[in-house]
Design a binder for this molecule. Structure first.
Ligand code: SF4
Ligand code: SF4
Ligand code: SF4
Length: 275
């Protein structure tokens, strides 16, 4: 094995293997793949597996001598060890089945993982793609984060006064909607462009006019946690992917070894992102 995906274990001669799905590159595992990982954990590890925040699975306590046979097993089932060290970490995305997806991000994560999984970078780099403002995959504390947005409009279709868009549990979480006898009013200053209201408005009084993507940079967790900064908003997923590629290239050419995107912003400002 290349070393990508192997983490030093607690016991001598043993390692932890970080496993991802690569056919296709995705943040999901099939039931069959989970079975293979369970077998590896039983046969070669401690019998346990650990699910990581980056949507990979770690199998601890693997004997170093067993790695070649495990590598063949993984490859035969669309799996691979990876996502450690200075390699780009697994690009995490929301579940495509989530009710609230403004724009499902699974396909974008797949594309980025396929293109960039073997890319080495100056420092640890996480990319997280959220389908709505809830940001379940922590886009605001990732080196690069994307949050999909929906621009909503009031249409000509009459409001039925059902109040679903203002009442708990499905009503606007940002208190941006008020309902009067005359109809619904949306406060644009409060609206966070989550798009929920359009999903629950059955008559179509509120609808999505366009989708867009906020790009955040420089966030991270760890011992020096940082909230990412909003860099820009782009109108399409393709634009978001192209921009992420450019940010990574520029980061690679400017950062010192070990420096994360947030460190580079702290040292050099945001100017290097602007071209
Ligand atoms: S961020 Fe939004 S779309 Fe993604 S999983 Fe959370 S609630 Fe669902
Ligand atoms: S899109 Fe705006 S108005 Fe609609 S639920 Fe989200 S925050 Fe509220
Ligand atoms: S805008 Fe739609 S969801 Fe809101 S009260 Fe009117 S019909 Fe119901």
């Amino acid at each position: 094995m290349s070393g990508n995906g192997i983490v030093t274990g607690r016991a001598k001669g043993r390692v932890t293997l970080r496993i991802r799905s690569i056919e296709p590159y995705t943040s999901e595992f099939t039931a069959g793949q989970i079975g293979v990982i369970a077998d590896i954990a039983e046969q070669y590890g401690s019998g346990a597996a650990h699910v990581t925040p980056r949507q990979t699975i770690e199998v601890p306590h693997i004997g170093i001598d067993e790695l070649p046979v495990i590598e063949r097993l993984l490859a035969g089932h669309g799996l691979s060890a990876g996502s450690t060290g200075q390699y780009l970490r697994n690009v995490a995305a929301c579940s495509m089945w989530c009710l609230y997806n403004v724009s499902p991000m699974r396909g974008a994560a797949q594309k980025l993982n396929s293109l960039l999984s073997e890319k080495t970078l100056p420092g640890k780099t996480n990319i997280s793609l959220s389908g709505c403002d809830f940001s379940c995959v922590r886009s605001r504390t990732s080196d690069i984060g994307v949050i999909a947005r929906a621009l909503i409009v009031k249409t000509e279709k009459p409001c039925k006064q059902c109040s679903l868009c203002v009442k708990e549990p499905l009503g606007c979480q940002a208190d941006a909607i008020t309902l009067t006898r005359e109809g619904v009013h949306i406060d644009r200053r409060k609206c966070v462009r989550c798009g929920f209201c359009s999903g629950i408005c059955r008559p179509g009084t509120i609808a999505v006019k366009a989708r867009e993507f906020d790009i955040f940079v420089g966030g991270n967790g760890g011992v020096k946690p940082r909230e990412a900064l909003l860099h820009c908003t782009v109108p399409s997923e393709e634009d978001a992917l192209e921009l992420i590629g450019k940010i990574l290239d520029r980061y690679s050419s400017l950062a010192e070894k070990g420096e994360r995107i947030g460190d580079l912003i702290e040292r050099a400002g945001m100017g290097w992102l602007e071209d």
